[in-house]
Design a protein around this ligand. Structure first.
Ligand code: HEM
Length: 533
């Protein structure tokens, strides 16, 4: 072949393969390749890659349910950009284990309670697998990405921040935020001339504000809280299952990263202030204070031990190392990251469902009124909050009925023999589903009905002990689960005393929109009025 025969000639054309030590048996192959044009080579490579991609999918799929073939390379990528609850549901009902493959990612979905529990409780085989962009937002060295012993040890140091005693310190700050935002809810209805307004964005902002107060107390200004609450939407929007590997300016991930950096910068400033206040013997009023206090006490203990001095009091357990302001901010940011979407989802459904069920709302109101001894503005103590068993049953049933987190992605660290017949391949994503266990008719009578009675006077607590996967189980179960439930109880109880509200249903009010967690598709149109007693 002449070198000038065509400008598309293969770069291998005329190559002296024989002279470069290629075995004689391969000579015909090399000869054939050298005769090909560049397009032929490219198309052949593409065809081989398509066949490999297809075979690899079919091989990994093995005996479980899934499409017979995948769209070359991308699989259902476009669907995953706009996830639909109905499509997830179809997947869960297709079999206990089902699969899809998106780009290079093979994904196994476990739908039954027992399969889901098996994954949650298999730390030797799996580790949590957050979406691609999460390490870029939270920092790759963040504790949430630790695994095994390192994770267990770090988590031990955080447990003290969520004890009953600790949670009680955060209550006054939470009540104050609720009071402020309830006034705003009333104003929104007034400003709209009494017309319904979708309240999902408001619920998100309120939950972000209450989280900031709980996590970093009064070290943060109201303006900064407002900015974080406004911008947090950008962080959620960046959390797609698959993102482009680098952050390109003006894309969702770019805006998400900017918002995350802003939160980290604000929280770092709070950490510096908390260190000063705690060192001066200040009271703990937020989660950050609690952790900083533990860090300072650990430091004091270690220094005294080094000098051989005996220290009064009990040894901090576990003894924490020193953390920089930025590291403290990073850890506290994980709480916001973990709570914001889930709590906003629960808050939105709670307001929608309470308006639809005045019988339930009346009982919540009555319980809260009695507990506060008839003073609708009285703050509650932890004892009082815990004593409101009906309000807490409402929250628990809400979380069962509309579980904010439908699925929790894990990654197989090694081949994981999940059943006798099927082994999840190493590197695959493996996703336990919470939804099906929470709608199991054998455990919950009429599972598609919202019925707080099942947790108040019924046996759902005991009968459904293994089914209540709302907060996960195993070594990564939700660190904030008690706080989250008590906070929602405080929220709806206080709202019931100060306001009346109406839900204005639309044809899509009961349909589920998936936006990291779940929301009513119409974003929950509500109107509020001050409650007259
Ligand atoms: C209704 C609200 C909430 C729901 C439904 C929820 C649900 C979950 C779920 C399903 C997991 C994964 C569990 C697993 O892999 O086994 C999780 C993890 C976690 N949650 Fe929550 N959560 C909520 C609120 C909160 C709050 C308020 C906080 C913090 C204050 C929080 C902090 C965390 C943390 C730190 C983790 C990771 C724990 C670890 O990896 O060790 N969550 N949550």
């Amino acid at each position: 072949m002449s070198v000038n025969a065509t400008s598309f000639s293969s770069p291998l054309a005329n190559a002296k393969y024989a002279a470069s030590g290629i075995p004689a048996q391969l000579e015909p192959v090399m000869e054939a390749i050298s005769q090909m044009g560049i397009w032929t080579v490219a198309l052949t490579i593409l065809a081989v890659a398509v066949v490999y991609d297809q075979f690899s999918y079919i091989w990994q799929k093995g005996s479980i349910v899934g499409p017979a073939w995948k769209a070359p390379f991308i699989g259902p990528f476009l669907q995953s950009m706009d996830p639909k609850f109905e499509e997830y549901y179809a997947k869960w009902t297709s079999g206990p284990l089902s699969c899809v493959s998106v780009f290079h990612k093979f994904v196994v979905i476990a739908s039954t309670r027992d399969m889901a529990r098996k994954i949650f409780n298999a730390p030797a085989f799996v580790k949590p697998c957050v979406v691609d962009v999460a390490p870029k937002l939270l920092g790759a060295d963040n504790w949430v990405f630790l695994d095994g012993k390192a994770h267990v040890d770090f988590r031990k140091g955080l447990n003290g921040l969520f004890t009953r005693r600790a949670l009680e310190c955060y209550l006054p700050g939470q009540e104050e935020v609720y009071k402020t935002y309830f006034k705003r809810f009333l104003q929104i209805t007034k400003d709209a001339g009494g017309k319904p307004v979708p309240f999902m964005p408001e619920m998100r902002e309120l939950m972000c504000a209450v989280s900031c107060r709980t996590f970093v107390g009064y070290y943060i200004s109201d303006e900064a809280v407002k900015k974080i609450a406004d911008d947090y939407y950008l962080i959620t929007a960046a959390l797609e299952l698959v993102n482009f590997p680098i952050i390109i300016p003006f894309t969702k991930t770019w805006y998400g990263k900017k918002a995350a950096d802003m939160v980290l910068a604000e929280f770092s400033k709070c950490a510096a202030k908390s260190k000063v206040r705690m060192a001066a013997g200040g009271e703990v009023t937020c989660i950050m204070d609690g952790w900083v206090k533990q860090i300072l006490e650990s430091k004091k203990w270690r220094e005294a031990e080094e000098k051989g001095i005996k220290v009064e009091g009990t040894k901090p357990s576990p003894l924490l190392r020193d953390f920089t302001d930025y590291e403290i901010a990073q850890t506290v940011f994980t709480f916001l990251f973990a709570s914001q979407d889930a709590t906003s989802s629960a808050a939105t459904w709670l307001f929608q469902i309470m308006a639809q069920r005045p019988d339930v709302l009346d009982r919540v109101r009555e319980e809260n009124y009695k507990t506060r001894n008839g003073d609708i503005h009285a703050p509650v103590t932890m004892d009082q909050l815990e004593s409101m068993t009906y309000t807490r049953a409402v929250v628990k049933e809400l979380l069962r009925y509309r579980p904010p987190v439908l699925m929790v992605p894990y990654m197989a660290k090694k081949a994981f023999p999940i059943t006798e017949n099927y082994t999840v391949p190493k590197g695959a994503m493996v996703i336990p589903t919470t939804y099906m266990a929470l709608r199991d008719p054998e455990v919950y009578t009429n599972p598609d009905e919202f019925d707080p009675e099942r947790y108040y006077s019924g046996d759902a607590e005991v009968k459904g002990a293994k089914n209540f996967l709302v907060f996960g189980v195993g070594p990564h179960y939700c660190l904030g689960q008690h706080y989250a439930q008590l906070n929602l109880a405080l929220f709806v109880g206080k709202a019931s005393l100060l306001m009346d509200w109406k839900h204005h249903p639309t044809p899509i009010s009961e349909e589920i929109k998936v936006f990291a967690t779940i929301f009513p598709k119409d974003d929950c149109p509500l109107t509020f009025e001050e409650r007259k007693w």
